[in-house]
Ligand binder design. Structure first.
Ligand code: ADP
Length: 342
């Protein structure tokens, strides 16, 4: 059974203008998050990502649909039970949300104090977490004395204090520079791998998904428009919005502007071949072209690696008899996806 399962979930907010129709923030979402997943949810601002997180965390009720978390249908739970449920879900935020008047160790200890954990146990857990996030020497510092990356590491330690099964990360690296982002992402990877914590990552940055996630859901206008294994979505995005996100991180696919330049610079027909590991026979592709008497020149390309699996794109300028090119491309299409620039 999935750890988090949403079925036909909707969330409407009343419109701020009197008489106007309600705002639909989430609309008919189905989503299954398995234990151990690092599940990325990507979408532009306003797509409904944060609302989705608040529903999973039971900070707000859904308007309709079913949300099952760890075997419990949460849409009908009373507030007292929801509090218990939230203890099993850690959260980290873009602006870290630390208590500036408390030391690092008091910040981390806080959820344990709320949960009524005895002092000795709290101290041991805080020491363990400080060690895990590499901030033992900052135990008595205040958040203002820390860098952004260090603050987020405190946020992660605090979120893990009560040993949650799920960690929700809402734009957790959006306020950090690229290098610090990578540090925080590798820490989150360890949280998943060492502690088996299921992580839901909300982001508008595709490289966060590429680095960290195993699965991804793409959201637009409150709907999940595409979901699946990261490799599948990255190597063959089905929806225009997904293609746009993927194009921000994928190497080798020429943009429309780049295609226009290629067409100007090179004689012949410009064709992009997309390969995926396992079904690649590049030698076969080139042999097919050569045997058909088609001259080819490699004009653009790149190979991508997603968690040890490769896919790539090669753009060729093809010269020769049009009918021969068409015949050759039919053969090539058995080995790779063929897209011709018109
Ligand atoms: P994202 O996190 O992808 O940027 P949100 O979940 O914040 O998207 O918002 C989705 C939509 O719901 C937006 O149109 C937003 O204006 C609306 N919305 C979110 N929260 C509220 C609220 N509390 N009241 C009214 N409208 C809201």
């Amino acid at each position: 059974m999935p750890l988090v399962s949403l079925r036909d979930v909707a969330k409407c907010y009343p419109s701020p203008q009197k008489g106007a129709p309600p705002i639909s923030a989430i609309d008919g979402v189905d989503l299954d998050i398995e234990a151990g997943d690092v599940y990325g949810i990507i979408g532009y601002s306003g797509a409904g990502k944060s609302t989705l997180v608040r529903l999973i965390n039971a900070l707000e009720p859904a308007t309709s649909g079913s949300i099952v978390v760890d075997g419990t249908e949460i849409t009908s739970l009373p507030e007292s039970k929801l509090r218990e449920l939230r203890l099993g879900i850690g959260m980290i935020f873009q602006q870290f949300n630390l208590f500036n008047s408390k030391t690092v160790k008091r910040n981390i200890s806080y959820p344990l104090e709320v949960a009524g954990t005895p002092k000795a146990e709290r101290q041991a857990r805080v020491a363990e977490l400080l060690d895990f996030v590499g901030l033992t020497d900052k135990a008595n510092s205040y958040p203002d004395q820390l860098s952004g990356g260090q603050k987020q590491r405190v946020g992660i330690a605090r979120a893990l204090a009560t040993s949650p099964r799920i960690l929700l990360a809402d734009e957790a690296t959006s306020a950090l520079d690229p290098e610090t982002t990578q540090e925080v992402l590798s820490l989150l990877k360890r949280v998943n791998e060492d502690f088996g914590v299921t992580i839901v990552v909300i982001t508008h940055e595709m490289d966060v998904i590429q680095t960290l996630a195993t699965k991804v859901a793409v959201m637009e206008n409150g709907k999940v428009i595409e979901q699946g294994e990261v490799f599948e979505v990255f190597s063959a995005p089905q929806h225009a919005a997904s293609r746009k996100f993927v194009s921000t991180v994928i190497k080798g696919v020429p943009s429309p502007a780049e295609l226009a330049v290629l067409k100007e610079r090179h004689e012949g027909r410009i064709v992009t071949l997309s390969f995926r590991d396992g079904d690649v026979d590049q030698a076969g592709v080139f042999l097919t072209l050569a045997e058909a008497g088609v001259a080819f020149e490699l004009v653009y390309g790149g190979i991508n690696d997603i968690r040890g699996r490769a896919f790539g794109h090669l753009t060729l300028a093809l010269r020769g008899d049009d009918a021969a090119i068409d015949r050759a491309l039919t053969g090539v299409a058995e080995r790779a996806t063929v897209t011709e620039a018109r």
